[in-house]
Write a protein that binds this ligand. Structure first.
Ligand code: PAF
Length: 300
């Protein structure tokens, strides 16, 4: 496995790997990419395993992307654990870890003017849910993801369903900007007690973790109620919210899986097992002297 920070070096390595692997399998050599910000956990590993199993070349990018963090967010303190991450990637059979610095990724202009060319999805999809309190966040995400797609020329890319709005927006960007890339969303991986895996869980004290657990408890309770026939979104969100006392809930909403627009009544073809709606929550938990913002969701 190679750890590469430079874009040109990455491109050269990909070319030689493609030649090498193409000679082996005498077939199309597919490149799979798992974009991450590092601090890898089992959720990331599930994406990496899927990527490894479906592609001849598996690339994991590790980059804490400054353009997707707001001025008062945790960019500086975001966990950076490249050594441990690289070991996990090596064990998982990754071919290349791409771990650039901001200067490897952004042009000099960005550092002098604090601006760069951005990919900006439509206002209506980015300025709700997470985007409402994180203005510019999804522009930063789409910009870095678009850049990573161009840098790696990947055929397939893998994202976690925990960041459901992000996955929805990336699929939309790929469709609307004609990226020839297959996007796969992978299921949320949870701790045994239900807490969704997140790099930000490392910020939680034991007490804060206990409170954070009420997010998934609330979501599961809402799903249970929906299974019993409750279709009204307000009743289901109120049920989930009742579990989240002591948390600063930013939003708890039910949206259509197809449009990500808010829905009031969950309609479903009784014969279909497919979910038509998803309940999403973002909440802040006090943990020692800081607050930790967590997100989670469940298909209904
Ligand atoms: O989900 C993340 O970790 C990030 O938003 C991503 C997709 C790697 C872009 O920086």
């Amino acid at each position: 496995m190679k750890i590469i920070s430079n874009v040109e070096e990455l491109r050269n390595e990909l070319k030689s790997l493609q030649k090498e692997k193409g000679a082996d399998v005498k077939a199309d050599v597919k490149v799979g990419l798992v974009p991450t910000m590092g601090a890898l956990h089992k959720g990331h590993l599930s994406l990496i395993e899927k990527c490894r199993s479906e592609n001849e070349i598996a690339v994991v990018s590790i980059f804490v992307n400054p353009t997707q963090f707001g001025p008062n967010e945790d960019y500086d303190k975001y966990p950076r654990t490249l050594e441990a991450d690289s070991k996990l990637c090596e064990k998982a059979g990754v071919d290349i870890v791409f771990a650039p610095s901001p200067r490897d990724i952004y042009d000099e202009y960005y550092f002098t003017h604090k601006e760069t060319t951005l990919i900006c999805p439509p206002y209506d999809v980015v300025n709700k849910l997470c985007g409402k309190t994180r203005p510019g966040h999804f522009d930063g995400v789409c910009t870095i993801v678009g850049k990573l797609f161009n840098i790696t020329k990947c055929d397939r890319a893998y994202f976690g369903k925990k960041d459901a709005q992000q996955l929805f927006i990336i699929k939309k960007m790929v469709r609307e900007l004609n990226f020839d890339i297959e996007i796969t969303g992978c299921p949320i991986v949870r701790e045994e007690d239900g807490l969704a895996m997140s790099s930000r869980n490392t910020y939680l004290t034991e007490n804060a973790r206990k409170k954070a657990l009420n997010i998934s408890r609330g979501l599961y309770k809402a799903k249970e109620l929906h299974k019993k026939g409750v279709k009204e979104a307000d009743t289901l969100t109120d049920t989930a919210l009742a579990y989240m006392e002591g948390l600063d809930v930013e939003y708890a909403e039910i949206v259509s899986v197809d449009t990500f627009e808010k829905i009031d009544i969950i309609e479903k073809d009784p014969k279909s097992k497919e979910s038509t709606a998803i309940m999403l929550v973002a909440a802040k938990v006090n943990s020692e002297n800081s607050t930790v913002r967590l997100i989670d969701n469940i298909d209904l």
